[in-house]
Ligand binder design. Structure first.
Ligand code: SF4
Length: 453
C-alpha cells in the first residue's frame, strides 16, 4: 500500500533545512509520495526508514535497468493500467534477435540496421534499444563470440543473453558483466543456479515460464532467493496468449499488488510468426498492451518506424505538452536581411514550421516563444501569446542585434493582434504570415523586407 505524503512526513526529521533541494520536509514528503523524489535525497533519514518508505513508495511494476551509463535501458516503473489515469513511464523496449545459427552476413545486416535505423521526431530520438543474443547451438565459444561481435559493432545496444545452459550463460555474462545484460532465463529446473548467477553478476534475470502459472511459481522462488530484478516471459507464443498474459500480469500487479507479477514482461513476436508483416502487427499489439520488451526477428525501416511512432504516442505523457525551448533558431544559415518568423513552443508546431522553413531553403530566423506548450490559437486565447508578451520577448531576446530590418512575420491565426503588436513594437512592421505551415515556403520565397518592397 503506497504511503501518503503525511505518513511519509511523520518519518522525516522535520528540519526544514532544504538540503534535499526542496524547501520544506512537507513538500519533500509530498514529492516522495507522488514518485517525483527519492527518499534517499534527504541525508538525515536512517536506513530503516529508507527501506520502509522505499518499499512502500516503489511502483507496483519494478523498475529494471539493462545496460550501463548513457546506454542504460529502463523498463517497468509503471503505476497505472490506463495512460489517461496518469502516464506510462518507460517505453516498451524493442530488441532484435541474433543467434549463433545465423551466418555472419545475417548478423552484420541486423547490427547495421540497429545502428542505422534511428529517427528524430518532435525532438525525440526513435530507435531500437536492445540486441538479444541466443546460444542456438549450445556452444559456449560461439555464444561468447557473438556477444563480442555485438559489443564491437553495436556498443550502445542493451544486451539480452539467451541460453539453455547456465554454464554458457555464465561464461558469456562474465565477458560483458559491466554492461549489465539481462540473463535469460530462469526455469523451474535451473532457478537455483540462475539466481546464484544473477546475484554474482548483479545482472537482471528473466523468468522463462512454460505458462503464466509456471512463470509465477519461478518468480516466487527467485524472490524468496533474494533476486529482485526480474523480467517475466510467460512462455506465450501466440498473440492471444501473450496479450492475455500481459493484461493479467499488469492488472495483478497494479490492482492487486501481486508481487510475483510486479515486473516488466518480455514478449517474443519473432517466435509468433514467420511473416514479417504479421510479426510487426503482433508487435504493435504488444506495445499497446503492456509489453516491457519485445524481440523482433529483424529490423526493417518500413516495419520498425510505425512501431516506434506507436510507442512514442503511447508513452508520451498526456498531462504534459511536448515543448521546445524558448529561443532564436537560425534555419538555413540566416543573415542580417533574413526574415524573422515567430511561433509558439508546442513542439509539434515547432517541428512542422521549422521543417517547412528548412524545406524552403530560405535562410530565416525562427523565434520560439514559450507558450507552455500550447498551440498558437490556444495560447493566444489563454493569454500566453498576446501582443504584450510577444513584444517583451522580441525586445529581450537579442534578435534586433542580428538583423538590419525590423519586420516580424506572425502566424496567420494571429492576424487580430497585428494592430496591438504594432503599438507595442513601434519600430517594427508586422506582417501576417500564412495560416497553414504548408504555405510557408512559397510565402518566404516571395518575401523581402518591408522597406525594400
Ligand atoms: S533534507 Fe530532509 S530534513 Fe532537510 S528539508 Fe529535506 S526532507 Fe527535510
Amino acid at each position: 500500500m503506497a504511503l501518503t505524503g503525511i505518513q511519509i512526513l511523520k518519518m522525516l526529521p522535520k528540519k526544514n533545512c532544504g538540503e534535499c533541494k526542496i524547501p520544506t520536509c512537507l513538500a519533500f514528503a509530498m514529492k516522495v509520495a507522488a514518485g517525483q523524489a527519492e527518499i534517499g535525497e534527504c541525508p538525515y533519514v536512517d536506513d530503516a526508514v529508507k527501506e520502509t518508505i522505499g518499499e512502500a513508495s516503489a511502483p507496483p511494476i519494478r523498475t529494471i535497468k539493462i545496460g550501463a551509463g548513457d546506454s542504460t535501458f529502463t523498463s517497468g516503473g509503471e503505476t497505472c493500467l490506463f495512460r489517461h489515469e496518469k502516464r506510462f513511464e518507460n517505453p516498451t523496449g524493442i530488441g532484435v534477435l541474433l543467434t549463433t545459427a545465423m551466418d555472419a552476413a545475417a548478423v552484420n545486416s541486423r547490427l547495421e540496421n540497429f545502428n542505422k535505423l534511428q529517427y528524430e521526431r518532435v525532438g525525440v530520438l526513435l530507435k531500437a534499444d536492445l540486441v538479444a543474443v541466443k546460444d542456438a547451438k549450445n556452444d559456449a565459444a560461439s555464444f561468447a563470440g557473438l556477444v563480442k561481435t555485438v559489443l564491437d559493432k553495436a556498443p550502445k545496444a542493451g544486451l539480452i543473453l539467451i541460453s539453455d545452459s547456465v554454464a554458457n550463460l555464465a561464461a558469456a555474462a562474465k565477458t560483458c558483466q559491466d554492461k549489465k545484460p539481462l540473463l535469460y532465463g530462469a526455469t523451474a529446473a535451473n532457478a537455483k543456479e540462475m539466481a546464484a548467477l544473477a546475484q554474482e553478476t548483479a545482472c537482471p534475470l528473466a523468468v522463462r515460464g512454460k505458462n503464466l502459472d509456471d512463470a509465477i511459481a519461478v518468480a516466487e522462488g527467485l524472490l524468496q532467493a533474494g533476486v529482485k530484478d526480474l523480467v517475466i516471459d510467460t512462455g506465450a507464443r501466440t498473440v492471444r496468449a501473450a496479450l492475455e498474459d500481459n493484461v493479467v500480469a499488469r492488472r495483478s500487479a497494479i490492482a492487486k499488488k501481486y508481487k510475483p507479477l510486479g515486473f516488466p514482461t518480455l514478449n517474443f513476436p519473432c517466435e509468433m510468426s514467420d511473416d514479417p508483416m504479421l510479426e510487426a502487427m503482433i508487435s504493435s499489439v504488444m506495445i499497446a498492451k503492456y509489453a516491457g520488451i519485445i524481440i523482433l526477428s529483424d529490423l526493417q525501416g518500413d516495419l520498425l518506424f510505425p512501431l516506434l511512432l506507436e510507442r512514442l504516442n503511447i508513452f508520451t505523457d498526456p498531462q504534459r505538452p511536448m515543448v521546445v525551448e524558448e529561443n532564436i533558431y537560425p534555419l538555413n544559415g540566416p543573415g542580417a536581411d533574413s526574415p524573422v518568423i515567430i511561433t509558439c513552443n508546442f513542439s509539434l508546431t515547432y517541428f512542422i514550421v521549422s521543417g517547412e522553413i528548412e524545406g524552403s531553403k530560405v535562410p530565416s530566423w525562427l523565434l520560439i516563444k514559450d507558450t507552455e506548450g500550447l498551440s498558437v490559437l490556444t495560447a493566444w486565447a489563454a493569454g500566453k501569446f498576446g501582443a504584450d508578451l510577444i513584444a517583451q520577448f522580441i525586445k529581450k531576446n537579442g534578435i534586433e542585434e542580428k538583423i538590419n530590418h525590423r519586420e516580424l512575420l506572425i502566424p496567420g491565426y494571429l492576424a487580430s493582434i497585428k494592430g496591438e503588436l504594432e503599438e507595442e513594437l513601434p519600430q517594427w512592421t508586422i506582417t501576417i504570415g500564412p495560416r497553414e505551415a504548408g504555405h510557408i515556403p512559397a510565402f518566404l520565397k516571395e518575401w523581402k523586407p518591408a522597406a525594400k518592397k
